[in-house]
Design a protein around this ligand. Sequence first.
Ligand code: AHM
Ligand code: MG
Length: 336
Amino acid sequence: MNVNRRVQTLDEFTIQQLRDFPQATGELSHLLRNIGLAAKRVNVEVNKAGLVDILGDAGTVNVQGEEVKKLDVYANDQLTRVLQHGIACAGIASEELDDFVAFDDAKSVKSKYVCLFDPLDGSSNIDVNVSIGTIFSVYRRVTPIGTVVTKQDFLQPGNQQVAAGYVVYGSSTMLVYATRRGVNGFTLDPSVGEWTLSHPDIKCPERGKIYSVNHGNFFQYDDNVRKYINVCQNKTKADGGPYTQRYIGSMVSDVHRNLIKGGIFMYPGTTDRPKGKLRLLYECNPFAFIMTVAGGKATNGKIGILDIEPTELHQRTPLYIGSKLMMEELETYLAP
Ligand code: AHM
Ligand code: MG
């Protein structure tokens, strides 16, 4: 039997990290483990999505007599539930919910973290079998431990994140998370249901050849963005090109690919939506944190995404994110 002893599970990896930091309490590892558990449950349902006509539509009752939930509602419930029943999370905010949820039981109020997430991003792609994902971010609460969390705990700038990550439900299912110490990727081994370290210490290449943007909106972008897109289209071998355009329309997959291969992803403001589409707290901040730890950059075109002071839970922002040197070139067009 070929036993590969170097393969580490998510639990082994986080325990190893704890050993290196004896002052750590293990709460963050616990929280990540809970998110990993919720993601495994979501993965099972995402894999059954194509059977919806057989198993029952959302809102109907399936053959087992259970009510069938929309997948994004299911994902939201799973994440909320595991975090509420865990010992490390004092409250959550979700793209799926209008307001944050404070966990007010005796255990939760003593927890030091809050978690924000987009439970199932890109869910409009489910019907056509395109990869979708879960995005999350973790902050240390700013209100005193022992009290019920308030909105203040959730409206923190991205540079205060303790950890952030995502799960991509793709040709394989992967969980990638970052702390200030690095970005690591774990692939779900379906035979044993374990997250297995497959992409240790991910670094985003300083330069890549991919640019990702919704070209359908081209004439709604401002002149500077259009000029930069033209630059991408006209790259030659001599200046690092030619570039290739890749846009799935599922942010987790688009940014994941660019993180690994090098590239740039843009969701600029449009005439209809000057602040773009993507949400600062649930989508942009976590990816900006991951990309920054991996050596890349993320801005709204004026300032770093991580430096934006949030004022609302669901605020949107233009987003430009990717390889460091490509971002630096883009910035010369955005702020000439
Ligand atoms: P959602 O949160 O409603 O799923 O929308 C977010 C998704 C992102 O995954 C993706 O990058 C973007 O919407 C695509 O938008 P568009 O179709 O406008 O290009
Ligand atoms: Mg989303």
